[in-house]
Design a protein around this ligand. Structure first.
Ligand code: NAP
Length: 219
């Protein structure tokens, strides 16, 4: 049994990761602003706020310091054409998608090293290509890949693995939250439950195998 910390646990991929991890007998500590209907331990906090991040770090150090995996899954999208990029929304997006994973790893680095824990950063296929109207989101996911490479260097002489997992489109409320428009055609979109299963399989690989950067495309 592992103790797995997952951000963005109330919805989408994070929720499915928590569910699958519970089914597999792991202990899950979830982080989000709303509380999911899962039998997990939960830290209610806003990852875009410095106070929220500090409270999360404090709680992890006090209650969950023996964790084995940190999965940075929480994220948000912005779909805005050039000329309409919103400053406040972009700031929030970078706080959530880039600064939160960086800050959590930075503050927990000594525990991560002593636990020989693994880090999974959920990026996106948008982190290695471009989409119209997604300049802010794309830039943030390119930044996550840069962060992964830096962390891989920092943890090079440890048993900690840094796994960059970059999925393409899967079924969640992610786009609706960003655009206000409901998607009526999910054909071809991936199932987050199956993606969650795959991530847990990657984590179950021997510790001397690090899946450093994986792109999971829609077919
Ligand atoms: N969906 C896709 O097609 C797709 C494709 C490629 C990559 N991704 C990436 O996959 C990851 C998960 O996406 P998803 O589609 O599962 O997203 P989602 O369904 O929108 O879920 C986002 C999660 O993040 C949490 N969250 C959002 N803002 C937060 C904040 N300020 N503080 C704390 N938690 C916050 C939400 O919880 P609360 O609202 O309760 O706080 C929720 O649990 C993201 O990193 C995304 O960029 C998604």
């Amino acid at each position: 049994m592992k103790t797995i910390i997952i951000t963005g646990v109330s919805n989408g991929l994070g929720y499915q990761l928590a569910k699958k991890a519970l089914d597999a007998g792991h202990r899950v500590v979830g982080i989000s602003r709303s509380i999911p209907d899962l039998k997990i331990e939960h830290i209610k906090a806003d990852l875009t706020e410095e106070d929220g991040l500090n409270a999360i770090v404090k709680t992890i150090k006090e209650k969950y310091s023996k964790f084995d995996v940190l999965i940075n899954c929480a994220g948000m999208l912005s779909v805005k054409p050039l000329g309409k990029v919103d400053y406040t929304e972009t700031l929030n997006l970078f706080r959530l998608n880039v600064i939160a994973p960086l800050f959590l790893v930075s503050e927990l680095v000594e525990i991560i090293k002593s636990n020989e824990a693994d880090i999974v950063n959920i990026g996106s296929t948008v982190g290695s290509k471009a989409y119209e109207k997604q300049a802010a989101y794309g830039a943030s996911k390119w930044a996550v890949r840069g962060l992964n490479q830096n962390l891989q260097l920092e943890f090079k002489n440890t048993k900690c693995r840094v796994i960059g997992f970059n999925p393409g489109g899967f079924k969640s409320n992610f786009f609706e939250k960003a655009t206000g428009t409901e998607n009526n055609d999910w054909s071809g979109w991936m199932n987050p439950s199956e993606i969650a299963e795959f991530i847990l399989q990657i984590l179950a690989l021997p510790k001397n195998m690090e899946v450093s950067d994986i792109n999971l495309n829609r077919k």
